[in-house]
Design a protein around this ligand. Structure first.
Ligand code: MGD
Ligand code: MGD
Ligand code: SF4
Ligand code: MO
Length: 728
């Protein structure tokens, strides 16, 4: 046999965009693995990446789009006929109910390829609809909201090699790649610890990261604020703040000092169920560090206090002066995306909510993280002017992933037009009028733009170097298939409706400037994928023609940037005493622990390595460890409830009950049931959790305990009671 041909490609199974080597034989990929020679990923990959080609060849993949019949079954439909039918329906809905009746939801796989989201958004804009939703508001909305309240620091934080301490709060990046540790997270954490960096992990579970921590605070879910406030208090009282930095750059110190004062380590320890000395020790590690970073994740953003937790982490960064200073170098001046100006300054805080379109429900409105997705099901169900009648779902799966599954399913069924773009008959696709079968990542071209863009989320996200990779299509779509890229479908719909699409540049972060640099696509204008990427990268630091030469992934030779001091007359200052956050601290100081009578346990969210949200559940290789999403419980709780491994437990919240398969897990804090989301099926279709798993979204009520700005309800730290159902 001849030597296999060796290619490289970008894994697009999650946001991390790892570089993969692909061994090809007779034009087909036969083996995929991490590229040892890659300067950033250094050989890293996970099993999802290594199975990516198999995922494309999955027997359950749709090879043509489908249309639902009146009897609920589906027929294949050609791409052209499907676009004709959808365009006609949209035309009628807009004529009858106005453009606001058409909404868009972009999920995980709608971001991976910027071309998809750009064309989908431009289509809505061209229709005149502001109803653009994404998964961001049901993910970590506290990031964007706290950024507005505190103000961004334009120069960011120093690279990880300079940190003396890192605190991970409700995130487990060794498994999730969720920032904090960068690409190849386990290796980078190992290297950082070798040179002496300390790690603090705050998580009710002894996670992969907590195993390697110097201090692990196994907090009660939802009780992170008292702990972080106590850490801030210790740092202020022991005079370990960077006073010069705070005086020069931030307002609100006195308000903050007073607001954290009630949170003594003892009080915080009692609230959070941890040892007060561990809180003091964590405060000392952070206090004594010269440089360091904080990174939070979904755990804290979903447990009721996301804005404040994220705000306190930014505030701690400011108190310690951990931001990058004038004169320091920025190693990554951007490749595909222009970074913020390299200034040691903040433009100051700005409004975080009520930024545009208002929903008709619960006073929700466009916030810094977007339109509240947790309010969309109610928008669909609430009759009256402006009611949403049509929904395009781009690479997402509302039925399994949105909070309040029961209401979500009702809403999906109430729509006049539901279109999902999905390679599988997902739980949402089963309720759709049209299921658009898209080309999959290895069949399309794209660069590492997503991971570069999320480099702006915080420390340890994205690339520290001017790295980028470009991938041409590696494989052809299966023979006999009829599939388009998502952007081609929106282009086709625009043609049928006579709409011009304005495609903003993704290389420009400021939305107004990006819109000003938009390229117009006239109805029916011929477009190749390269034409599209040329538009998306308009104004990028490295021009498109050079980007496409980086098929192996490389660090571009870019001029180093040195952070400049604050220009004279600059007025912006950081705010560590935002009134809304100070008020929330006061109410938490006054309040109890949020315990709900009769619901003594908490369901907490966690990710599993081998699956991504609702994806990969049908791949047998990825079930090597767990067939579905177990209910991970501490053995002490199991004993108290008379539960054995594999038993079925009923998990009941105020909203609904689900059934879980018990899995002993000494790493889970007693009182918690750790479960991965986006499993199960629609209500009534997943009674045996051993087959489909269980849907934790069903436990959530969107209209209780929700964040007033992002609308996110409790999707972790959900109060529940447990009842043994039986053994296998
Ligand atoms: N209780 C609870 N709920 C949660 C969470 C939690 O932690 N706890 N997490 C939340 C978070 S962080 C998020 S981001 C959301 C996720 O919410 P969603 O993004 O809505 O859900 P996913 O399951 O990621 O949906 C991805 C869909 O894309 C499809 N897909 C796979 N590959 C492709 C492709 O190449 N192209 C296209 N077009 N589609 C593709 C999959 O088949 C799947 O149906 O869930 C949220 N829900
Ligand atoms: N393998 C894999 N990788 C993924 C995904 C996946 O499904 N699988 N999903 C992707 C997506 S959409 C996202 S948004 C990211 C998310 O990335 P992360 O936010 O890192 O997600 P998790 O690994 O679930 O980590 C959340 C942690 O929060 C803890 N936690 C729960 N409640 C609380 C609480 O109240 N307080 C504290 N302190 N901790 C709490 C949980 O125990 C868990 O360890 O991961 C992405 N990467
Ligand atoms: S971490 Fe994400 S990008 Fe990397 S190989 Fe796994 S699925 Fe692919
Ligand atoms: Mo997410």
């Amino acid at each position: 046999m001849s030597e296999p041909e060796r290619r490289t490609t970008i894994c697009r199974a999650c946001h991390a965009q790892c570089s993969l080597v692909v061994e090809m034989a007779e034009g087909r990929p036969v083996k995929l693995y991490g590229d040892k020679d890659n300067p950033v990923y250094a050989g890293f990959s996970c099993i999802k990446g290594r199975e990516l080609a198999a995922y494309h060849a999955s027997p359950s993949r749709l090879l043509a789009s489908r249309r639902r019949r009146a009897d609920g079954g589906f027929d294949d439909i050609s791409s052209a006929a499907m676009m004709d039918a959808i365009a006609e329906k949209v035309r009628r809905l807009v004529a009858e109910y106005g453009p606001r009746s058409v909404a868009l939801y972009i999920g995980t796989h709608g971001y991976n390829n910027f071309a998809s989201s750009a064309f989908a958004n431009a289509f809505l804009t061209a229709l005149g609809s502001p109803m653009k939703f994404t998964s961001v508001t049901i993910d970590q909305p506290g990031k964007a909201i706290s950024l507005m309240l505190h103000g961004p620091w334009l120069a960011g934080v120093p690279a990880m090699e300079h940190w003396d301490v890192l605190a991970l709060v409700g995130t487990n990046p060794i498994v999730s790649m969720n920032g904090g540790l960068g690409m190849n997270p386990a290796r980078r954490l190992h290297q950082a610890r070798q040179r002496g960096m300390k790690l603090v992990v705050i998580d009710p579970r002894r996670t992969d990261c907590a195993e390697l921590a110097d201090i692990h605070l196994a907090v009660k879910p939802g009780e992170d604020v008292p702990v972080l406030a106590a850490i801030a208090r210790e740092i202020v009282r022991s005079d370990r703040c960077d006073r010069l930095f705070v005086e020069a750059e931030a307002d609100g110190f006195e308000a903050l000092r007073a607001a954290v004062e009630p949170f003594t380590p003892d009080i915080a320890a009692a609230r959070a169920g941890v040892d007060a000395d561990d809180i003091r020790a964590a405060a000392r590690l952070i206090g004594e560090a010269k440089r360091g970073a904080f990174s939070a994740g979904t755990g804290v953003n979903m447990s009721g206090r996301g804005n404040l937790v994220e705000y306190l982490l930014k505030t701690l960064t400011t108190l310690k002066g951990f931001w990058r200073r004038a004169g320091e170098e920025i190693a990554n001046p951007g490749v595909l995306i222009n970074p913020f100006p390299a200034l040691a300054a903040s433009p100051g805080p700005s409004k975080a909510w009520d930024l545009g379109e208002r929903l008709r429900v619960r006073g929700l409105a466009q916030c810094a993280a977007g339109l509240p997705t947790a309010g969309l099901a109610e928008e669909i169900l609430l009759p009256g002017e402006g009611q949403v009648k049509a929904l395009f779902v781009l690479g997402g799966n509302p039925v399994l992933a949105w909070p309040d599954q029961i209401r979500t399913v009702e809403a999906m069924k109430a729509l006049d037009l539901l279109v999902t773009f999905d390679p599988h008959m997902s739980a949402t696709a089963k309720l759709a009028h049209f299921v658009v079968a898209p080309k999959m990542p290895l069949e399309v071209c794209s660069p590492t733009a997503l991971n570069e863009m999320i480099g702006n989320f915080g420390p340890g996200w994205g690339y520290e170097q001017p790295y980028a990779q470009w991938s041409e299509p590696l494989i052809a779509p299966p023979p006999g298939s009829d599939m388009l890229e998502e952007w081609q479908v929106f282009h086709g719909l625009a043609e049928r409706l006579g709409l011009t699409l304005a495609i903003p540049s993704s290389a420009i972060l400021d939305p107004k400037a990006a819109a000003a640099a938009a390229s117009d696509v006239a109805p029916g204008a011929p477009l190749s994928p390269h034409d599209v990427w040329r538009m998306l990268l308009k104004g990028s630091p490295v021009p498109f023609d050079e980007v496409v030469t980086a098929e192996d992934g490389r660090i571009f030779d870019r001029p180093k940037v040195v952070v400049q001091p604050r220009p004279p007359g600059w007025a912006g200052r950081l705010d560590i005493g935002a009134p809304e956050m100070i008020d929330e601290l006061a109410s938490i100081a006054a309040g109890g622990d949020g315990a709900a009578d009769g619901y003594p346990y908490r369901v907490i969210s966690r990710r599993m390595r081998d699956v991504l949200n609702s994806c990969w559940h049908e791949n047998d290789k990825l079930k090597r460890q767990f067939a579905t999403n177990p209910a991970f419980m501490n053995p002490a709780d199991m004993a108290a409830l008379g539960l054995g491994a594999g038993d079925i437990v009923e998990i009941e919240s105020v909203r609904a009950a689900i059934r879980g398969v018990v899995e002993p897990a000494p790493d889970v804090r007693p009182g918690c049931v750790a479960m991965t989301h986006a499993w199960g099926a629609a209500p009534g279709e997943d009674d045996d959790p051993r087959i489909a798993g269980a849907n934790t979204g069903r436990l959530t009520a969107v209209d209780r305990d929700f964040d007033r700005w992002s609308g996110i309800p409790r999707m972790s730290a959900i109060p529940v009671r447990l009842r043994r159902i039986g053994s296998v």
